[in-house]
Design a protein around this ligand. Sequence first.
Ligand SMILES: [Zn+2]
Length: 479
Amino acid sequence: MTTKYEAVVGLEIHVQLNAATKMFCDCPNRFGDEPNQNTCPICLWFPGASAQLSREVVEKAVGVAMTLNCTINQRSRFDQKVYYYPDLPKGFQLSQFHRPLAGNGWVEITGEDGALRRLRIRTLHLEEDVAKLVHETEGKTRVSLVDFNRAGCPLVEIVTEPDMRSPYEAMEFVNAIRTLVPGAGGAECSLERGTMRVDANISLRPAGSQELNVKVEVKNMNSVRGIGDAIAYEIKRQQELIQKGEAIILHTRLWDPKSGRTLPMREKFSGPCVPDPSVPEVVISDQWLAEIKNGLPEIPARKQLRFVEEYGLTETEAAGLTVSPESADYSEAVIRAGIPARLAAQWIAGRLLPAAARRGLTLAETKITPERLAGLLALVENGKINPNAGRQLLELLFEDGRTPAEIAREQGLDQAADSGELEKILARVLAENPRAVEDFRKGRSQSLGFLTGQAVRLSGGKADPRLIRQKLEEKLRSE
Ligand SMILES: [Zn+2]
């Protein structure tokens, strides 16, 4: 008997904060400028320059941490993450390891089975970005240049517990972060533009076991789909190694979207993480903490409560709709369009969000506006289409920009509810009009129009003439 394995996935996510300045100096925190324009002795890391932690950076980071349900550590410290590389001439990166800014957070996602799942965040800490290496060719010589515009820019790093069991759950976690965090106003979180970077740690273990085996880190994914694909590839690669009896070795791999594979990468030497003596301890008073909290937009928990009170939803239903500000706004628009809240909740949390996540899309990136989903749900609500047809129609809405009613009609989905009824009508029309049937067989195709008209009249005008004509023609030609 072969052992069944399950995947154990944890994520490390770097998010660029959108503060006006860098973390320890007044240089602009801005991208796309000429190389080495936004620099000063502090972020060029000249000896003797003294770092001043930005108040705004701390506030933005605390806002992000609160949004992700983290506990804020009112006293935190910086450490020196020691490594030596051209993108870091001073030889260490200021980060928080031993005493991070926040931790014990969580994010809720809708699992593949439609049930809510809470994924834990272990720590959330501040970290300065490093410089950027630019590789070019001058004549025939390959050169590497260093651009310090990014050096010292403010990041938060979010480290999850190894709670994810599938590529889908990791993608959903990333989707939740990139809607929740921008909702709090602290960061953009674009994988495509690099304002969010996601690394995944992946290992396998026998299903049901609690052990944590040797993990492999995968980097370089720049889309949600890329994250899902890279994790799926890595799970398969490790399964094959285990089957061959080979050991998994701790190392880092790069995702190559072109070939759809992960490849081993040459690693930077990484040294110890030692307490930094130069930047003072970060102390956040009760009052400052309260100010930051009051300055945040409506937090998901408050919104969830409002959904229960205003729309009569259960807590679970409300939680499913308020997983992100985006899905909450979307749901309110669907409900305001006249759709019963419970029906909207079932379809948005249970079907639309998972379907969008499978495609690696946010709601805004799909073609399905709240108006279009409301159109679909109105068809279901009024019995024009049955729920099964509604599910098919939802999938079609991702590809087709026409109204749900138009697509349902064209695909014959609106007939699915009473196709038995339609068959009876067609049989009756053919039996009652033998002359028209005879005429059609003799090649007088205009009699098809007559028969169609009869059938539409018998249906009380509800049946779709195009569909009836098509079905009648099929019947006449097959006899
Ligand atoms: Zn600077």
